[in-house]
Design a protein around this ligand. Structure first.
Ligand SMILES: [Zn+2]
Ligand SMILES: [Zn+2]
Length: 142
């Protein structure tokens, strides 16, 4: 049994969910990753832990649904995952920044998203404001 990073397990339990070994392992991997990771990257990295592909796919879907992770398609239309900011579950309330180099998505908590007034009969299900560019880490090497 690996030592469980306490804050990751706590973050999962705070959602009323169980901190299963697969959930903790995927979150820890995303937390330490230099770039946003694809399903394939995550499978390879966690192969030795004995998690099968289906388990990892389920964990990733659950993380995106729970607001713990961001999922974006890269230029090759491959989904990539990165960890969301710890205290930002309502991702439709703030803007996001996507780095073109590492593919990570960052929550911009101080850029609130306002819902515009819509024409009569229209209803919105999601409002997203996304800024694209180079993050502080990748920009340093440019
Ligand atoms: Zn970056
Ligand atoms: Zn966010």
């Amino acid at each position: 049994m690996n030592a469980v990073t306490p804050n990751i397990a706590e973050r999962i339990r705070a959602l009323g969910a169980r901190a299963t070994p697969a959930r903790v392992a995927v979150m820890r991997l995303l937390e330490t990753a230099e770039r946003a990771l694809s399903h394939h990257d995550i499978e390879l990295a966690l192969q030795a832990n004995g998690f099968d592909r289906v388990t990892l796919y389920r964990v990733l879907d659950w993380m995106v649904e729970s607001g713990l992770a961001h999922r974006v398609a890269d230029a090759q239309r491959v989904f990539r995952f990165s960890l969301a900011a710890p205290d930002a579950p309502a991702h439709d309330r703030h803007a996001h920044f996507r780095c073109e180099d590492c593919g990570k998505v960052f929550c911009l908590d101080d850029v609130p998203v306002t819902r515009p007034a819509l024409p009569k009969g229209f209803s919105s299900s999601a409002v997203e404001l996304s800024i694209t560019g180079h993050c502080g880490h990748c920009g340093k090497h440019a």
